[in-house]
Design a protein around this ligand. Structure first.
Ligand code: 3HC
Length: 388
């Protein structure tokens, strides 16, 4: 790993708002690349837990000889946990907001931030689904506001989607891209500020689709997950990944995306049920699966179980939503493939997996679903252009 080789001269101090899974990971990655970081949350106990998780992650990297103990201590020392907002924002060059996906909450947070942030501070949000143009309008500086969307775990995933809003200045887009590069990560520019951007437009609907498959196909969760892992080449099963990401995150993302665009996801009630009963996945101990209290835990999946299920419905929805992104000029096919590889660890190109299954079979599957489940499944015109 190369750390701190490309510090941006305009950015010395970074403030990360929110110390959850994404916030603490982003703070760690920034500190690993030489930046001075303040990690801010509303209570001391959240920050304590976040700093322990950072310590755990750094220890893992030491264990794997990615960094040495001395570097690990230096990185940890570069992150200052602070509750007081005014102090947290003092002299900050870049704000990275990673608070939960609720526009009302973000509105409150940005109105507080605006009271204390200095003129020089550039704002960015790690929102997973909320339009950047909408959030930026809640602030005093929509022209110096940009979406920087990291992927879980930020310590390991190479992708950051860079999303300009309607008012974002060109210079801030360039700065966002260069900042991502300075973190030793790969930026992909999202040309349009659409719900779910690139990766979540594919990932979030898959969780719902897998829940429909569980209802209809008389298969177990581990059979479906094994098929997703070994036949769709994702590193995790889809229920496993939902638990790992957090059902609270998936639920909020679903609500926000669906309220703006019915073509992005066909919500399954199970997600809301899990969320309402406090089953957030790995972080709460229960979700689709149950977990112990280890920092990192995997669901046992096998090639044997994968043989018992064809994940064609899940694959078809993934490909259809990827096709929508291309048809609508959000990004190129190459960028979709790169984003899925770097943001979700997909081990083979999605359209290559589609080709192996057969695009005709995919289009037929989608057409059948239109008949039974509605127009969400209408095959995107792009699929016809590649199926012949
Ligand atoms: N820091 C350091 N090490 C970590 C870590 C972290 N945060 N998290 C896990 N590790 C370690 C593990 O402990 C394990 O160590 P060990 O070998 O000592 O047990 C090691 O990494 C490798 O883990 P695995 O054996 O489980 O190996 P994998 O090859 O499967 O890699 C993974 C793990 C990178 C998490 C991989 O499973 C993966 O890419 N999963 C998919 C993640 C994904 O899709 N993320 C995006 C979700 S969508 C999103 O975030 C957007 C949001 O807006 C919703």
């Amino acid at each position: 790993m190369n750390f701190g080789i490309l510090l941006l001269p305009q950015i010395n101090k970074i403030t990360v708002l929110g110390s959850g899974i994404m916030g603490h990971g982003i703070a760690q990655v920034s500190a690993m690349n030489g930046y001075n970081v303040v990690l801010r949350d509303i209570e001391e106990r959240f920050l304590e837990s976040a700093m322990n998780k950072i310590r755990w992650s750094l220890d893992k990297l030491v264990e794997k000889n990615k960094i040495n103990k001395q570097e690990s201590d230096k990185i940890h020392g570069r992150i200052k946990p602070i509750v007081e907002l005014k102090e947290a924002l003092d002299d900050t060059d870049l704000l990275i907001e990673a608070v939960p996906e609720d526009l009302k909450l973000k509105k409150k947070v940005y109105s507080e931030v605006d009271q204390f942030a200095q003129e020089k501070t550039i704002y960015s949000s790690n929102t997973s689904t909320l339009p950047i143009s909408e959030i930026s309008q809640l602030t005093s500086r929509p022209d110096r506001f940009i979406g920087l969307h990291f992927f879980n775990p930020p310590q390991l995933m190479k992708l950051v989607e860079v999303i300009p809003g309607a008012s974002t200045a060109e210079s801030i887009v360039d700065l966002g891209i260069n900042f991502v590069k300075s973190l030793s990560k790969d930026p992909i520019l999202c040309n349009k500020d659409v719900p779910g951007f690139i990766v979540n437009r594919i990932f979030i609907p898959l969780v719902h689709e897998a829940a429909y498959c569980l209802d209809n196909d008389s298969k177990s969760m581990t059979q479906i997950d094994s098929a997703v892992k070994f036949k769709m080449y994702l590193p995790m099963g889809i229920f496993e990944l939902a638990d790992y990401t957090g059902l609270d995150v998936i639920h909020r993302a679903t609500i926000e995306m669906y309220s703006r665009d019915k073509k992005v996801v066909n919500p399954h009630p199970k997600i809301e049920q899990l969320f309402s009963s406090g089953k957030y996945g790995k972080k709460s101990g229960d979700g689709f699966y149950s977990y112990g209290d280890k920092n990192y835990e995997r669901v046992p999946l096998s090639e044997e179980e994968a043989k018992q299920y064809d994940p064609i419905r899940i694959l078809s929805v993934a490909i259809n939503n990827a096709a929508w992104l291309i048809s609508n000029g959000v990004c190129t096919r190459e960028d979709v493939e790169l984003a899925l590889k770097l943001g979700m660890g997909l081990k083979k190109e999605l359209f290559e997996i589609g080709k192996e299954s057969g695009f005709e079979k995919i289009i037929n599957t989608l057409n059948q679903l239109v008949g039974t489940n509605g127009s969400f499944y209408t095959p995107d015109p792009y699929l016809k252009t590649i199926s012949t």
